[in-house]
Structure formats: structure tokens, C-alpha cells
Design a protein around this ligand. Structure first.
Ligand code: NAD
Length: 437
């Protein structure tokens, strides 16, 4: 099929490359010239494992091109809208201006029989509004909402082999046609028996925010238990193991620590609260306010723990922060818990050095006031305390005796509960973590 992908960020660039890999002819469009220039040369504009290889593989086939010119979508039968929906400044609600401007720019190039497919995460009711507009301005064109569940760090695999596909479609013949078109797009994954849920627009929109709310709740639940463990001397990692053996609960997403961040979970639960409020259903998701608060408290607690371990003051103390990305295997620093802690420590007078295997350039752009260094060695030299805040594999594998030779004080805070306390203490380190004695 001929496919266009509008918005080539973390979601869209991967989607475009994967659609080409599935055998389609794809054009990716973005307003960001630098991003398009990189992609057009077959380079990934951000760090995502497997994407450079995939771009190399499909670029050579001529099945994938990138442009800033929206007119080039003409001739595509299916148009995926993958633009950003960030949190509005100073509000909880989602900022839909990018979705609106993408639809504005797309409409003049649509032809009868085309299908517009929303993938961006939007407040419930958005799809109905866009469908109404298409009905007025491009009556032969249909709309489907096909939320995306990929995880950064596994985006290529998740797009080529999703664990489910959700189609929100209109009723009647238009809906049947939309389903047939999407089935053709996803013929590859469907041949692997990927479950497919066909539903209406509001359900499809809600599926995405419900899934993210559930995941955020699971993380904040275990972090609330961590708070209790801290008061009682219990160990939250053992607690998580023990409750996780119950397969109704499951161990995944029960890793206590610094909590969630990134370009999705925090803004999605806030946008959900805002939308529920507009619908007069705010009580239904009022609990998300607490989920958000528990999450934010972990960051404050991390700063307090550093102060406690440094005998009551962080002023002027050399602190090494390992990790700037919101999670390992990504260079995404949007609402990163690690960076947030680093910024708070620096603002409170500590001499902070932050490093990350991939996210230093993005972190530098967002926080030019922070001292960001390229290597672990530069970060830890003369450090009085080391904070492991994003659990990259290379930090999980740190050897206590080797690190001891580089720092000024043997103190480590394990913000992700990934180190072995016994080994670190045996090597002479003061080891502290969230939710563990
Ligand atoms: P992003 O900021 O990385 O990418 C958005 C892209 O859209 C940018 O490159 C931007 O330049 C482009 N854009 C903005 N306005 C445009 C326009 N009018 N025309 C063309 N391009 C335009 O964001 P992202 O992480 O890719 O997220 C995109 C959407 O996907 C969001 O709604 C997000 O919630 C959702 N989502 C993201 C993920 C993820 O892991 N990143 C997962 C699932 C869903």
C-alpha cells in the first residue's frame, strides 16, 4: 500500500520505517527540517535500538522517503497522524495544536477513498471532532483511530510485532472499509495472530489512556508500598517478588524506585484527568492525582536521602548522577525523573555531574545550567556520593571495587533497586535505596 506518516518523532519515524519493512511504500512528513534531513540520509534522529539498521535496510529499497512537503502525501491511500500531543504549559490538558495543524495541512491533499488514521494519544472525543471536520471538508475520506502501544527502547519490535491492534472506526460501510484497509496495512502482524480489537472512536481513544493509567498506577502502588517499607524497615523488592508470584498481580511494573517519567505516562494521566473533568466525570479518575503525587514524591525523597547520607547537607558536595534519560535504552529526557533529581540537587547547592550513555545532548538542550559530562569516569571523579537514577545495563554491571577507586566517598544510592546491596556493602560502600532497609 501507499502510506504517509505525518510526524516523524519517536513514534512516527519508527512507524514509517516499520511500514516500509512490512512491504509498503511510505512517505514520512515532518515540519522539523533537521529531523527530515537526518532520516532522508538514512540516519536515526534519536537513539532507538534497531532503528539505524532498519533505516539502512529499507532506505536502499526506495520504499521509504522523507520530506517536509505535505503535498507529497498525495497518492497515499492511508495517512497516519503521529504528531505530538504534549501537556499544555501550566495546565493538565493535552495540547492538540499539532494534531489540528497536521489535519489542516493534510486535508487539501486527500482524495476520495483515502483513510486518515490517528495514532497520537488524544483526549476522548478528539476523533469524533476530526471525523466531523473531514465529513464537511473531505467527505469521501474516512477516519480511524489506531492508538500506539510501543515502548521506547523496544519500538521497532513492538511496531513489527505488536501485542495487540486496536481499530476505532465509524459505524456502517465506512467502518468496514476502514477495517479492510487497516487489515491490509497490518497484514504482516495479523498473519502472526496478533489480537485485533475493532471498536468505536471513544473506546479506542480510552484504551490508550486506560492502559497508561493502569501502568502508572501499578508503579505508584509499589512506590507507595516502598514508602511504608521505609517507615517499617521492610524490603519492597522482596515484597514485590512475593506479591508478584500471584499471577493475578504479576511481577512486571512492580519495580519500586524513582518512578515513571517520559513523554507519555505523566502527561497522559494528567490529560485524562483534565478531559474527565470536562466531561463531568472527574471523580472516576481522581485517584490519578494521588498516583501522580506518589510518583513526584519519590524524586523529592531521593534528594532527601542524598542529604541524609551526606550527613545533613548537600551544599558544595560533589554528586555523580548516573542517568539522564527517563529510562534505559532511550535518549528521551522528557519529564525524566533522573534529570529532575539532578536539577533539584544542583538548585539546592550541590556540585552535580550528570552522565548518560545516550541522552547527554538532549539533557544539555533542556538543562543548559546542569553540568553534563560524556563519560562515567568524568561524572564520578572525586564524587562524595553516586546516584544511580536510570538503570542502563552498564550501570547495573558496575563493580563496587572498581568504582571505589574513582570516587572520593564510598556512598551509593540505588534509585532503581538494581544493584546487589550485599556486594556493595561487602566492598565497603554505604548502600541505600528507596524502600529497602
Ligand atoms: P515527538 O515529539 O517525538 O514527535 C512528534 C513529531 O511531530 C515531531 O517530530 C514534530 O516535529 C512533528 N510535528 C508536529 N507538528 C507537525 C505537523 N503539523 N506536521 C508534521 N509533523 C509535525 O513525539 P512522540 O513521542 O513521537 O509522540 C507522538 C504521539 O504518539 C504522542 O501523542 C504520544 O503520546 C504518542 N505515543 C508516543 C509513544 C512513545 O513511546 N514515544 C508511544 C505511544 C504513543
Amino acid at each position: 500500500m501507499k502510506i504517509s506518516v505525518i510526524g516523524c518523532g519517536y513514534l512516527g519515524a519508527v512507524h514509517a520505517a516499520c511500514m516500509a519493512r512490512l512491504g509498503h511504500e511510505v512517505v514520512g512528513v515532518d515540519v522539523d527540517e533537521a529531523k527530515i534531513a537526518a532520516l532522508a540520509e538514512g540516519r536515526a534522529p534519536f537513539f532507538e535500538p534497531g532503528l539505524p539498521e532498519l533505516l539502512g535496510e529499507v532506505s536502499g529499497t526506495g520504499a521509504l522517503r522523507f520530506t517536509t512537503d505535505m503535498a507529497e502525501v498525495a497518492g497515499s491511500q492511508v495517512h497516519f497522524v503521529c504528531v505530538g500531543t504534549p501537556q499544555r504549559r501550566g495546565e493538565y490538558a493535552a495540547d492538540l495544536r499539532y494534531v489540528e495543524s497536521a489535519v489542516d495541512a493534510l486535508i487539501p491533499h486527500l482524495r476520495d477513498g483515502d483513510l486518515v488514521v490517528g495514532k497520537s494519544t488524544v483526549p476522548v472525543g478528539t476523533a469524533a471532532g476530526i471525523a466531523e471536520r473531514l465529513g464537511r471538508e473531505a467527505p469521501g475520506v474516512s477516519l480511524a483511530w489506531n492508538p500506539e502501544f510501543l515502548r521506547e527502547g523496544f519500538a521497532v519490535k513492538d511496531t513489527l510485532h505488536p501485542d495487540r491492534l486496536v481499530y476505532g472506526v465509524p459505524g456502517g460501510e465506512a467502518g468496514e472499509l476502514a477495517v479492510a484497509q487497516l487489515d491490509e496495512v497490518y497484514a504482516g502482524p495479523l498473519s502472526e495472530h496478533t489480537p485485533r480489537v475493532v471498536t468505536d472512536y471513544p473506546t479506542a481513544e480510552l484504551v490508550k489512556v486506560a492502559a497508561n493509567s493502569f501502568l502508572a498506577t501499578k508503579i505508584s502502588f509499589i512506590n507507595a508500598m516502598a514508602e511504608l517499607c521505609e517507615e517499617t524497615g521492610a524490603d519492597v523488592t522482596r515484597l514485590a517478588d512475593a506479591i508478584g508470584y500471584d499471577d493475578r498481580i504479576g511481577r512486571k511494573f512492580l519495580n519500586a524506585g524513582l518512578g515513571f517519567g517520559g513523554g507519555c505516562l505523566p502527561k497522559d494521566i494528567r490529560a485524562f484527568m483534565a478531559r474527565a473533568g470536562e466531561l463531568g466525570a472527574d471523580q472516576a479518575v481522581a485517584f490519578l492525582k494521588e498516583i501522580d503525587a506518589i510518583n513526584t514524591r519519590r524524586r523529592v525523597r531521593m534528594v532527601d536521602l542524598a542529604r541524609e547520607v551526606l550527613d545533613g547537607s548537600i551544599v558544595g558536595k560533589r554528586i555523580a548522577v548516573l542517568g539522564a534519560a527517563f529510562k534505559p535504552n532511550s535518549d528521551d529526557v522528557r519529564d525524566s525523573p533522573a534529570l529532575d533529581v539532578a536539577v533539584q540537587l544542583a538548585r539546592q547547592g550541590a556540585d552535580v555531574r550528570v552522565t548518560d550513555p545516550e541522552a547527554v545532548p538532549n539533557a544539555r538542550r533542556l538543562h543548559p545550567e546542569l553540568r553534563l559530562v560524556e563519560s562515567l569516569d568524568e561524572a564520578v571523579v572525586d564524587a562524595e556520593i553516586v546516584l544511580l537514577l536510570t538503570e542502563w545495563q552498564e550501570y547495573r554491571e558496575l563493580v563496587p571495587a572498581e568504582l571505589a577507586e574513582k570516587v572520593a566517598g564510598l556512598r551509593i544510592l540505588d534509585g532503581r533497586n538494581v544493584l546487589d546491596p550485599v556486594a556493595w556493602r561487602a566492598a565497603g560502600w554505604t548502600y541505600r535505596a528507596l524502600g529497602r532497609p
